[in-house]
Structures are given as C-alpha cells and as structure tokens.
Design a protein. Structure first.
Length: 225
C-alpha cells in the first residue's frame, strides 16, 4: 500500500501539471488536493505520525488546505497563505526536535540565506507596492518569506546533525530548496511580472519539493526508530 500511495502521488502530480498547462480548471479541483492527500496518507502509513512525524504530517495537512484555498478566488489568497505559513512552522518543528546545531559553517549558511531572502523580498515588495490596498498582503508575504527561509535553513542544518543519514539529508535539503523555489516563482509571477509557464513551474517544483521532504523525513524517522 505504501508504494501504491507514493506512486499515486506522482501520477496525480503529473496530471495536475498537465491540467495547469492546458487550463483544465475542473480537473485541477481534483488533482491539486488529491496529490497532497495521497502524499499525506503515504506519510501516515509509513510513519504512523510518531514523534516529529506528527508535526510534519500536520504540515502536509495544512499544505493540503492551502492548496484548496488557493483554488478559490483571489480574495482567499491570504487564507491560503496563512495555511501555508502554519505548514512551514510545523515543518520547522519537525526538523528541530532538539535545538539546531550552530557551528561556524552553519551560522554562515544561515546568514547567507537570510541575506538572499531579504534581496528577494525587496523585489517582491516593489511589485506589491503597485497593488492598491495591499498593506495586509505585504505584511503577510513578509512574514511568510521569513518563516519559509527559516524552514529552508532548518533543512540545511540537518547537514550538521550527526544522527541524520546522508541520503535523507540530501532529500530534505533538495525538497526544501524546491519548495523555496516554487514559492519564489509564485510570488515573482504574481507580484512582479508573469513568468512563461509560471503556473506549471510552480506546481512541478512544489510537488517535487513536498515529496522529497516527506520521503527524506519518513526514511530518517523510520530508520532511526
């Protein structure tokens, strides 16, 4: 059943990418939430949501809710953003069951990532400034950008956690980078200027990021359990 659910996740993701490309709106109402639902069920089946897996599993649930809210009209964008903000906080909690290590190399990585995020946010903020009545949106995007960056830093810091297997570290870091790329593309496409095939690229990087993070986390928790 585990393999079928993960295979189903990939199949549904590909169908969703096709629905994005060809604007099959009705199909997306099925494929977009179904992809995260299948991944959530797979993660639950593999980990039983024990220990840090509970926080990651709940993060998948809030990501699923965010996917649904973002299918609704634009007035629901902040609600969807809040759902994904909650998901990122839960991912951070799952990646940090103990205080994160901060050797000099880790501090350097964290500082570079925060500087990179600040540069990107300034680009997005310039685009947001052109949207009338955008105060709440600007604040929301700013908070989300900070928390998303902290999630990516938490994933990168698994490099310095001796209990983590190398293969799982690679999966989690690649997944977090893909997730970060997806949200950056979404923000740039929505608030700065349209990106060619932007919607498809956002979903491809988003789904691959979620799957890579979930698999890396699951294998790490199952292997160390």
């Amino acid at each position: 059943m585990d393999t079928w659910l993960l295979g189903g996740t990939f199949l549904l993701a590909v169908l969703d990418w096709m629905a994005c490309m060809f604007n099959w709106t009705r199909l997306r109402w099925f494929t977009k939430p179904a992809t995260l639902l299948a991944l959530t069920l797979w993660f639950r089946q593999v980990t039983s949501w024990q220990g840090p897996a509970l926080w990651f599993g709940l993060g998948l649930v809030f990501s699923l809710l965010g996917d649904i809210f973002l299918l609704l009209p634009r007035s629901w964008f902040l609600v969807g953003l809040t759902a994904f903000l909650t998901a990122q906080i839960l991912y951070i909690a799952s990646l940090n069951p103990t205080p994160p290590p901060f050797p000099p190399a880790a501090i350097t990585v964290a500082a570079l990532m925060m500087a990179w995020a600040l540069v990107f946010y300034r680009v997005f903020r310039a685009g947001l400034a052109r949207i009338p009545g955008n105060r709440r949106l600007r604040i929301g995007v700013g908070i989300y950008s900070l928390v998303l960056t902290l999630m990516l830093i938490s994933a990168i810091l698994t490099l310095f956690r001796t209990e983590w297997e190398t293969s799982n570290v690679i999966l989690v870091i690649c997944g977090a980078l893909l997730f970060y790329t997806s949200d950056s593309l979404l923000a740039y496409d929505r608030f700065v200027r349209p990106v060619r095939y932007g919607r498809v690229l956002v979903m491809v990087t988003y789904h691959l990021g979620q799957v890579a993070m979930a698999v890396g986390m699951a294998m790490q928790l199952v292997g160390s359990g």
